[in-house]
Design a protein around this ligand. Structure first.
Ligand code: GAR
Length: 205
């Protein structure tokens, strides 16, 4: 089964690129319908365009969260997305926005990647905080989004080591390689419709 994916990105777009490569190489059975960024300078927009994916910038500067989200929803309205993928989207989504992606099975069809082993180190600076804390092991989490920040049903986690001679840069690079491998793999599980584990965990009997 092919799934229709929309993406929201705020920056560099390396996860977006990894996912688009997986689609192009047939490792992920999905259609990339649209990429939305809140930042006109986000490299993710050019990553999308290079792959022929519809790229839309909806700047968030100067808008209330509600007004910005309303504009995003107006653009997404016509796309019939199976899942909205947050690939480095650095803004919090309101409950009003989440409700537009409510699945009858009891979860929101929004997937996020976070560069720590949640619930450790939520927020915008997870690599820095984990590194400065002195962890020996960190990891990547891919989860469904819920009303709380960097929270929700965990779809997958993969750990990676922090070595004694790591710098923040080498630590981040090791994590990013895991991100780029894990994100397409998890989306492929969703594409295969292997959602029984979700419904078991999330839907009240
Ligand atoms: C990634 O490291 C992602 O895990 C992180 O932002 C980066 C985006 O990079 N996301 C968060 O911290 C979310 N709380 P990218 O634009 O190159 O994919």
């Amino acid at each position: 089964m092919s799934i229709n994916l929309g993406f929201m990105c705020s920056g560099r777009g390396s996860n977006l690129r990894a996912i688009l490569e997986a689609i192009a190489e047939g490792r992920l059975d999905a259609h990339p319908a649209i990429v939305i960024s809140n930042d006109p300078m986000a490299k993710a927009l050019s990553v999308a365009k290079e792959s022929g994916v519809r790229a839309v910038c909806i700047p968030s500067t100067g808008l209330s969260r509600g007004d910005h989200e309303q504009k995003v929803l107006e653009v997404l309205e016509t796309e019939a997305l199976d899942f909205l993928v947050l690939a480095g989207y650095m803004r919090i989504l309101s409950e009003t926005f989440l409700r537009e992606f409510k699945d009858p099975r009891g979860f929101y069809r929004i997937v996020n990647i976070h560069p720590s082993l949640l619930p450790a180190f939520p927020g915008k600076s997870a690599y820095e905080e984990a590194f400065n804390y002195g962890v020996k092991v960190s990891g990547i989490t891919i989860h469904l989004v819920d009303e709380k920040i960097d929270h929700g049903f965990i779809l997958a986690q993969e750990a990676f080591p922090r070595y004694d001679d790591d710098t923040l840069a080498t630590f981040k690079a090791r994590g990013l390689a895991v991100e780029h491998k894990l994100f397409p793999e998890v989306l492929q599980i969703l594409a295969q419709g292997q959602l029984s584990f979700l419904t078991r965990e999330l839907v009240q009997p």
